[in-house]
Design a protein around this ligand. Sequence first.
Ligand code: ZN
Ligand code: ZN
Length: 362
Amino acid sequence: MKAAVLTGAREPLVIEDITIDEPLAGEALVKVIAAGVCHSDLHFIEGTYPARYPHILGHEVAGVVERVGAGVTNVAPGDRVILGFVQPCGHCSFCDSGRPSLCQTPSATRPADQPARTRADGSAVTAMTNVGGFAEYSITPAVGLVKVPDDISLDIAALVGCSVMTGYGAVVNTAGVEPGTTVAVIGAGGVGLNIIQAARLAGAEKIIAVDMVEHKLATAKQFGATDLVNAGEGDPVREVQQLTGGGADYAFEAIGLKATSEQAYNMVGRGGTAVIVGMVPPMDQISISGMIWMQEKTLKGSFYGSARFHTDMPRILNLYRQKKLDLDSLVTRRYELGQINEAFDALRNGEVSRSVLTIGQE
Ligand SMILES: [Zn+2]
Ligand SMILES: [Zn+2]
């Protein structure tokens, strides 16, 4: 099969012929139909986060189950699925307490001693989050698969695999935004737009989008932002404080930088909650005021929207069907697998909300 392979940090992706195994017990072989091009992939390309090279990126993916290994009962060949990029075990303390996105049971994903399931010239090629979706096929633990109804296209479903779940979940699960509250969102890209529309759905009274790119702010308005702040023209923290009369109830950081994380914290008022959704580089230290105790402010992280995959993803698809979440307008461009480097250039240059790679046909 063809796959886009990352051979090292800051290298362009290379389309290569890759050997993929048959699914073992608990695994499924999925024909990839569509894969979103996410900022998280870009972090690995740019070396902000480490990868084991050669590496197949792509974690926002939907496809059709081709074959399953022994013992797989939750999906069958022909099922249309979203590939969750966490594959929860279902029985550890995180899974058991309703936080499956934090599951780290190795057997739930793939034992470290098990060989890579994809190879080039006999050598291992690793797959991002056991998905590796920038390829014609993915071999993944079946527990990570969520079925998609026939009336929903797989290029839209793919987005639910990362950006929609991450943004919606940050609002609904991690923060628990209540009706009538004020919300600031830093970064109006693929994840930020979903934070904005989920905040609208949750009944936030004021939703302030903060970005430095005018056309992204215009898109943010279309998704439900009530106020727009261009962070390139003045101090966004002061502007949010002024717009909210002292600070927002909630602020979300959807870029992945130390500076904007600190801004998010400073944008919330007394009793407020700042949620870091972006992939801040692992060695960066976020500084906040020692006055946190007196102001009763909360700073928390949100990974994968604190997802409960088999509850949240079908819910999101229903909300899309009811036109309460707009997923169609998220897709700015479509590319083929061979154009993947162009798709990343467009993401780097801030030209797109989301690009989707159309890889296979159903
Ligand atoms: Zn992503
Ligand atoms: Zn678990």
